[in-house]
Write a protein that binds this ligand. Structure first.
Ligand code: CUA
Length: 180
C-alpha cells in the first residue's frame, strides 16, 4: 500500500523562506504593532472611554449612602428627583436601588454606581434607539462616579448585563429625562 500523499522530493524542510513571504510577515508584524499602538492611544486620548473616579467602599456603607440620598430626594409619581447633581444607584439582586430617577436634560450629573451583593452590569440606552448604549460594570466594594449628561429628553432603560442569578433578566430600571 502506498501513502495517500507522497513526500515532496529533496530536502524541502531546509529551503530558504521565499522573499515574498518574508515581506508579508514583516508587513503583518508592523501592522499588528500599529493596531496595538492605536488601541492604547485610543484608551489614553480617545473620547469614548468611561471616565470618572472610583473609591473603595464597604457595600453596607454604600447602601447607607444610597438610603441617605433617597431620604434627601423628592419622591414623585415618576421617580426620585435628586436633591442636587449627585445621583446614587445601588445594584442588588434583582433591582436597581434609586431608580426610577427623574433628571433634567443638559445637566451634568455625577452618577454614583455601586453594588450591594455581587457584580452587576449597568447598561443604559434610550428607549427609541436601543443600539445606542453604554455598558459599565458595577462591583461590590467599589463606588464609581461617572459624569453623565443626557442631551435629549426621554426614557432611558437600565438593564443588568452581567449574569447575577435567577432574577437577572428582571433587573430593570429607568431614568426619565425631562426638558429643564
Ligand atoms: Cu444584576 Cu444581572
Amino acid at each position: 500500500m502506498t501513502a495517500p500523499m507522497d513526500p515532496p522530493d529533496g530536502n524541502w524542510w531546509d529551503e530558504p523562506v521565499n522573499r515574498r513571504e518574508t515581506i508579508w510577515l514583516g508587513i503583518a508584524g508592523a501592522w499588528s504593532l500599529v493596531i496595538f499602538g492605536w488601541m492604547s492611544g485610543f484608551t489614553r486620548f480617545g473620547d469614548q472611554n468611561p471616565v470618572g473616579k472610583t473609591y473603595d467602599v464597604d457595600p453596607g456603607a454604600y447602601r447607607d449612602r444610597v438610603q441617605e440620598y433617597k431620604e434627601a430626594a423628592a419622591e414623585t409619581d415618576e421617580g426620585i428627583v435628586p436633591p442636587n447633581d449627585s445621583v446614587y444607584i445601588g445594584a442588588m439582586r434583582f433591582n436597581w436601588d434609586g431608580l426610577p430617577v427623574v433628571l433634567e436634560a443638559g445637566t451634568e450629573y455625577d452618577i454614583h454606581l455601586g453594588a450591594y451583593d455581587v457584580q452587576h452590569g449597568f447598561s443604559i440606552r434610550p428607549e427609541e434607539t436601543l443600539s445606542k448604549q453604554i455598558n459599565l460594570q458595577v462591583f461590590p466594594g467599589n463606588e464609581w462616579i461617572v459624569p453623565m449628561t443626557f442631551d435629549e429628553p426621554g426614557t432611558y432603560h437600565v438593564i443588568c448585563n452581567e449574569f447575577c442569578g435567577e432574577g437577572h433578566r428582571t433587573m430593570h430600571g429607568t431614568l426619565i429625562v425631562e426638558e429643564p
